[in-house]
Ligand binder design. Structure first.
Ligand code: KIV
Ligand code: NA
Length: 265
């Protein structure tokens, strides 16, 4: 498609075609991922850690994510942009969620929003979809609830599997167009994917979800710390960028850069 729309994601599920999604937090990366054919870009609240240096997603504000969303939207011509609603901006009520989502939609230019949670946020999801704002839901390990969940732990094991499936069906019934499944056992994600009409997007959820998402600085090796088990590094950007900076520094110190070709007569 010339411009990816949510009905394309449904068509791909119905046709059994898997699709990729990446986070993006700024104009240059959005332009690169759009050009690389990534159909869906998520302005994740993982920007809290990956761009702003917070140690969790909890502190990031609507205004901070809104600025990043605008930059990403300016960088795409084809990719669908989904904006995360940050912690505290939608939990109180469907009215609060709508007020926040309207900002990401109207000021930010996003084509959809994402929020964390299941059946307990069905009212929020319904209010947004009724207003014409498509909603992606996020179940399993939900980072905004890190403290309630007792840290970074796989969700939906054992009896938790039934709860996960109930939540997935509830958000679908409330109007969600897709459901992220984060850190859930592969067989449970497979079951949810089979039971849902709408696409599932896995991260640490095994190979059988309809789509896969990764946080781009993880996937591209810009983050160098210990990565979660589900991350695959496709590049070494930290190495490449650090190397470029060191070479520039060396050449300045040695008088190798600039030369005549970089200078004006
Ligand atoms: O914020 C984020 O990056 C996310 C994805 C991991 C799904 O929510
Ligand atoms: Na997120």
């Amino acid at each position: 498609p010339k411009r990816v729309r949510i009905h394309h994601l449904q068509q791909w599920k119905d046709a059994g075609e898997r699709w990729p999604m990446l986070t993006a937090y700024d104009f240059p990366t959005a332009r690169i991922f759009d050009g690389a054919g990534i159909p869906v870009l998520l302005v994740g609240d993982s920007a809290a850690n990956n761009v702003l240096g917070y140690d969790s997603t909890v502190p990031v504000s609507v205004d901070e994510l809104l600025m990043l969303t605008k930059a990403v939207v300016r960088g795409v011509s084809r990719s669908l942009v989904v904006a995360d609603l940050p912690f505290g901006s939608y939990q109180s009520s469907p009215a609060q969620a709508l007020e926040t989502a309207v900002r990401f939609f109207k000021e930010g230019g996003a084509s959809a929003v994402k929020l964390e949670g299941g059946a307990q946020y069905a009212g929020q999801i319904r209010a947004l979809t009724d207003a014409g704002i498509p909603v992606m839901a996020h179940l399993g390990f939900t980072p905004q609830s890190e403290h309630a969940l007792g840290g970074f732990r796989v969700q939906g094991r054992g009896a938790g599997a039934e709860k996960l499936i109930e939540d997935a069906l509830a958000v679908q019934a409330a109007g969600a167009f897709a459901v992220v499944l984060e850190m859930v056992p592969a067989d449970v994600a497979k079951r949810v994917t089979a039971e849902l009409r709408v696409p599932t997007v896995g991260i640490g959820a095994g190979p059988d979800t309809d789509a896969q998402v990764l946080v781009w600085p993880d996937m591209a090796g810009l983050n160098t710390g210990k990565a979660p088990r589900f991350v695959k590094r496709y590049a070494d950007l930290a190495g490449a960028l650090g190397g470029a900076a060191e070479q520039f520094a060396d050449e300045v110190r040695e008088g190798v850069y600039p030369t005549a070709e970089h200078s004006f007569e």
